[in-house]
Design a binder for this molecule. Sequence first.
Ligand SMILES: CCCCCc1ccc(-c2ccc(S(=O)(=O)CCO)cc2)cc1/C=C\c1ccccn1
Length: 240
Amino acid sequence: AGQHRLWPEIDTLVKQQVSMARLGVGECGAGWQLFAEDGEMRMYRREEEVDGMVVDPLKAVHTVKGITGHELCHYFFKPEYRYDWETTLENMQVLETISDDTLLFFQTHKRIWPASQRDTLFWSHMRRLPNDQDRDGPDIWAVVNNSTDLASYPPNTGKCVRIFLTVCLLCQTRIDPPKDGAPISRDNITCKITYCSVVNPGGWAPASVLRAVYKREYPKFLKRFTAFVTNKTKDKPIMF
Ligand SMILES: CCCCCc1ccc(-c2ccc(S(=O)(=O)CCO)cc2)cc1/C=C\c1ccccn1
């Protein structure tokens, strides 16, 4: 996988995003405000603007029983499942299969009134990471999505405004083996999820609209996505 033109950028960004995601909310800079809570899910955002546009970084943490980090990243990364959980998706194309763990996506999202419709062009990379803190602890899996350019898909030429995003889904599986030495079942596994995203909406969109969209859509997205994976995996062998 070393030879692809994007490889250096991917490798650098994945390492940077993973180390950021592993920091607790308290550690990675002040100013995180809790804006949504639902059971184990906590969603934080920082209010930031770039050139007068809202680019609020978002950080969500969640704990889900019965699925592994590998499973969560698998269903997040693979294109064939995306329409099942990404409700704001209008169209998705895989423009390039860079390698078996790296894809190039072009997506148009449904228009959110009163802003104009958005599209996004990003590479997506899935990776298992050694758990350097806890040697015999379970591995960590991550998917990083990052906007990129492609000469054949110039931004803002059609009906959509191009958005620019960096997203990191980081998952760590905890296994509590049964006392009686029985084989590990889904009752013995828990997945700790950290989802970080920074979205630059591209063209202008009212700050109030953007913040309302994120406040409404992100909790919905994480709940729907984790419920989808739980349902998809419940009768399947555990993918560690
Ligand atoms: C005026 C509205 C501008 C914002 C529109 C928008 C921007 C970005 C994105 C988005 C969010 C997550 C990803 S991903 O994590 O990579 C998964 C693959 O699809 C990619 C794109 C969506 C949406 C539109 C709605 C919206 C906003 C949050 C959450 C969910 N939907």
